[in-house]
Design a protein around this ligand. Sequence first.
Ligand code: NAG
Ligand code: NAG
Ligand code: NAG
Ligand code: NAG
Ligand code: NAG
Ligand code: NAG
Ligand code: NAG
Ligand code: NAG
Ligand code: NAG
Length: 398
Amino acid sequence: MVSTTFVTTILGIVALSSAHRWKNDVPGTIELPLTLVEAAAGEGPLYLVNISIGTPPQEVTVQIDTGSSDLWVFASNVECDNAYGCLGSSFVSNASRTLVDDMPNKFVYSYGSGANGTGDFVTDDLHIGGKTIKNARFGISHDAYGISPTYGIMGLGFPGGEAAVQSGLSEYNTTVMAMKNQGVINSAAFSIYLNDVDSEGSILFGGYDTAKYSGDLKTLNVIEFDDAYGQWYINLTAIGTSTISSDGSSSTSWYGNSSVAGAAFIDSGSPKIFVPGNGAMNVILDLGGEYDYSLSSSLIPCSAKNKTDVTVDVLLGGSNGPLIQIPIHQLIEPYTGGNVTIDGEEACSFGVSPGPDGFQILGDAFLRGAYTVFNMDNHTVSVADIKLNVKESKIIAL
Ligand SMILES: *[C@@H]1O[C@H](CO)[C@@H](O)[C@H](O)[C@H]1NC(C)=O
Ligand SMILES: *[C@@H]1O[C@H](CO)[C@@H](O)[C@H](O)[C@H]1NC(C)=O
Ligand SMILES: *[C@@H]1O[C@H](CO)[C@@H](O)[C@H](O)[C@H]1NC(C)=O
Ligand SMILES: *[C@@H]1O[C@H](CO)[C@@H](O)[C@H](O)[C@H]1NC(C)=O
Ligand SMILES: *[C@@H]1O[C@H](CO)[C@@H](O)[C@H](O)[C@H]1NC(C)=O
Ligand SMILES: *[C@@H]1O[C@H](CO)[C@@H](O)[C@H](O)[C@H]1NC(C)=O
Ligand SMILES: *[C@@H]1O[C@H](CO)[C@@H](O)[C@H](O)[C@H]1NC(C)=O
Ligand SMILES: *[C@@H]1O[C@H](CO)[C@@H](O)[C@H](O)[C@H]1NC(C)=O
Ligand SMILES: *[C@@H]1O[C@H](CO)[C@@H](O)[C@H](O)[C@H]1NC(C)=O
């Protein structure tokens, strides 16, 4: 989750969940369905999961966030000064008999937008996909200010990115690490399948699902900063667009290589792909879109969603590294900030946006083009082109 002054977040609810049953029959893995919630003001999807906390268990809905490292929820008596509310069920801490409030007032968080909050770091039992993780550490927000986040967060980054570390406290084992330590999964790894913009996706802890991608998974090393892993930074090499002709051949244009190349982090808590100015602008213009400065938004005619022969290409890890080709329809969503048009045509929100130099984020728009395996034990990310709307599973535990 990076909120910057120009990344407007969030919210109101147009939930797109369906109520089918999910089986977890591969030992050492847990699969949870994702509920997609569209923004009401501003732009961008939020991907949510349900977990339960405490004894007896209380269900909460939290946003999955590969761009931060703490699990936290709103307290039932939260002082909520968030513009779009504090949603997703709150947690009544004194109703849980297994809760240990050993770090009161030590949970302090803030985001680039100025949004921030404070609360307690506690331990309690988590119940995730029918499995229990005992005495796991997480935060309970008592005060929340600013525009976001609107839901509590399941941070999926490394310990170096924890709010505790930023406050000068010791790191602790993240939720995914605690799942591994207690044998619920075998590796501190998880895979994200956001699926089609109109369908339900999933997060799979402890494994990956070979039915959900095409070609081979290709593996990249995560970049360390100051000898520590914090977020899921990988090397971004280039961004471009491809048009596939009727004979199956494709031609690719690359844009702004020298400004685009650099460390980018994969952030399920950010809606878009943000790359420095001219790289992003050329992609947008090439596809018939525009950047609206007054709305701080990239827009494209909604009709571009019907193009089947165009992809946005993201090259990672050097010129021979993995190439993810994101079908253009995966990058186009209704614009929820009001009615806007481009040349008289209805405009939609477009998933590539210019950011300042050095601000490179591979947000949900990227994750809708890639099946992505995050391995904390090996400090690697593996990617392949996503296969959409796949109902079957071939899960392999890691
Ligand atoms: C999560 O819980 C909310 C609130 O009870 C519910 O509306 C939603 O459908 C649930 N999502 C999933 C994926 O079960
Ligand atoms: C929890 O604490 C609140 C006040 O902080 C109190 O009103 C409530 O009765 C308590 N609930 C339980 C289950 O003890
Ligand atoms: C927290 O956010 C509020 C609202 O954006 C802001 O007024 C306040 O200064 C922030 N506090 C801190 C400590 O950043
Ligand atoms: C984290 O887990 C490791 C086991 O993998 C354990 O040795 C260590 O004590 C744990 N750290 C904390 C702070 O609980
Ligand atoms: C990222 O790219 C830089 C510059 O090319 C290179 O020095 C570094 O080794 C790469 N890091 C990883 C983890 O691939
Ligand atoms: C896509 O094509 C269909 C059928 O031609 C049309 O009905 C629909 O309006 C088009 N969608 C957009 C967003 O233009
Ligand atoms: C930009 O990067 C792509 C992909 O690595 C490469 O094929 C292309 O030649 C580069 N373009 C320029 C002008 O360097
Ligand atoms: C947007 O357009 C729709 C249909 O064209 C209309 O019903 C709605 O009132 C418009 N909203 C705004 C904010 O102009
Ligand atoms: C992780 O690294 C270990 C040790 O190098 C290796 O045996 C294992 O196969 C790796 N796991 C994956 C999923 O790449």
